[in-house]
Design a protein around this ligand. Structure first.
Ligand code: ZN
Length: 437
């Protein structure tokens, strides 16, 4: 799919070679989820600045902090009486949140239909079940209580309930514009990481096709109408899931950061978010109930992928593309998969964006540059990333998350290829996967 507006914009660039790259639309008004955006390369064949124009508005109202739930009743009053409550396994019941939400819904006179049991990689069959419930009960609001998976699934349901034809093919595979009525979504967040609480993303796994695809819907359609963010709700998340979420956030920041050459405000903001996250993560692994740390992690996540930090950036996203297929084959936790892939991936591509990897090493990991070549500085930065992953106690090989050697070529073949400084071939993706194995 070609984003014609973007192609037109760069058609007349002189002395530069235009090539096609597959990207998620994240920085302009283009409504395509995946499209070929021309990358501009200099004589060394590295991708250089794009300085894209943008229009930006994020419609999600955020209620943040210990008293955030006090806003739920007033928010619910703005919607009709029929609510689809979507949640995961039992954790919201164990922590008492389920009872609290049901009580408020009843006090507001709502009719509640429930869709429990959403998986950590939400399945297309669950989305279809939710879409059926929406139609059958004339649902006015989908209230997602959980982490990114529950919210992603809820957005998928919202887009699909009144879709003519097969929503998977139309909206996830072909990236078509949504042309049917959409049910509003709202969220109460219990696990940080994906920023689904303030963006239009919906990552769904088609279990029969063994495909995990992300669709970024326009913010005005899919971004939750309101989201309640109480950092205390994240305390009960097991440590493994917490570090998975932390690395997912970190990966979102790096995916946006490793692209472009220009002096761009988004890069400075990304560096600030990365530094805040590292500091908070180190406190949270010592004390999971450190409110300051957990609230910083929560806001780092939301800021990290609500599109603000991506403005004017071309972005990378290949680590996510590889992980999506790893997840489709192994069902591993998203952030853990990203952590395993990241160091071998960056070791593979750093030469194509050396200047940025030098800046990353110095500004994020404080690598001293004296008496070192740029390559040495860059590699020290990537090593520091690996050390941080180890410090978080995250597994570092694909074997540990259930991948087999036979899966690697299948994962490499089915991975969408994109990149910030370099677009890898299937052979290169396979090489990266072998290095993680
Ligand atoms: Zn992610």
């Amino acid at each position: 799919m070609v984003c014609k507006k973007t192609v037109q914009r760069y058609k007349n660039v002189e002395h530069q070679k235009l090539t096609g790259n597959l990207y998620f639309c994240a920085m302009n008004n283009c409504r395509d989820v995946k499209f070929y955006v021309p990358t501009i390369r200099n004589k060394q064949n590295t991708i250089i600045a794009m300085n894209l124009d943008f229009t930006f508005q994020n419609p999600t109202r955020i209620h943040f902090g210990r008293s955030a739930m006090n806003h739920l009743a007033d928010e619910l009053k703005k919607f009709g009486p029929n609510i689809l409550l979507v949640y995961g396994k039992n954790s919201i019941k164990k922590m008492g949140l389920y009872d609290q939400v049901i009580r408020t819904l009843k006090e507001c006179g709502k009719n509640v239909v429930e869709l429990p049991g959403i998986n950590s990689n939400p399945r297309y069959s669950q989305l279809l079940e939710g879409a059926r419930l929406v139609r059958e009960h004339h649902v006015d609001l989908i209230l997602a209580v959980g982490g990114g998976s529950v919210i992603d699934c809820s957005k998928g349901i919202a887009m699909s309930a009144y879709c003519e034809g097969d929503p998977w093919t139309r909206y996830w595979e072909n990236g078509e514009d949504v042309d049917n009525p959409v049910v509003p979504v709202a969220s109460i967040l219990t696990m940080t990481g994906t920023a689904s609480e303030m963006n239009g993303g919906s990552v769904i796994t088609h279990e029969d096709k063994k495909l995990k695809l992300g669709r970024v819907f326009p913010l005005e359609l899919a971004s939750p109408k309101f989201s309640i963010l109480n950092p205390e709700f994240t305390y009960s998340v097991p440590k493994y899931q917490m570090v998975s979420g932390i690395f997912d956030i970190f990966s979102h920041l790096m995916e946006q950061y490793f692209s472009g050459d220009d002096d761009c405000v988004s890069d400075y903001l990304l560096e600030g978010d990365m530094l805040a996250l590292i500091s908070a993560a180190r406190k949270a692994i010592v004390n999971q109930e450190d409110y300051e740390a957990r609230s910083n992690i929560m806001w780092c996540a939301t800021m990290g992928l609500n599109k603000i930090l991506a403005l004017s950036k071309t972005q990378d996203w290949e680590v996510h593309m590889i992980e999506h297929q790893l997840g489709a084959y192994t069902d591993c936790a998203h952030g853990i998969g990203l952590a395993i892939i990241s160091v071998p991936y960056y070791r593979h591509i750093y030469k194509y964006g050396l200047h940025r990897f030098v800046r990353y090493a110095q500004n994020i990991w404080h690598v001293a540059p004296e008496d070192k070549t740029d390559e040495q500085i860059a590699l020290e930065g990537i090593q520091a990333l690996g050390d941080f992953i180890a410090e978080m106690g995250i597994p570092q090989t694909l074997r540990e998350v259930g991948a087999t050697e036979e899966m690697l070529p299948l994962i490499a073949e089915s991975t969408v290829k994109c990149g910030g400084y370099h677009v890898p071939t299937t052979g290169e993706v396979l090489e990266i996967l072998k290095a993680c194995y």
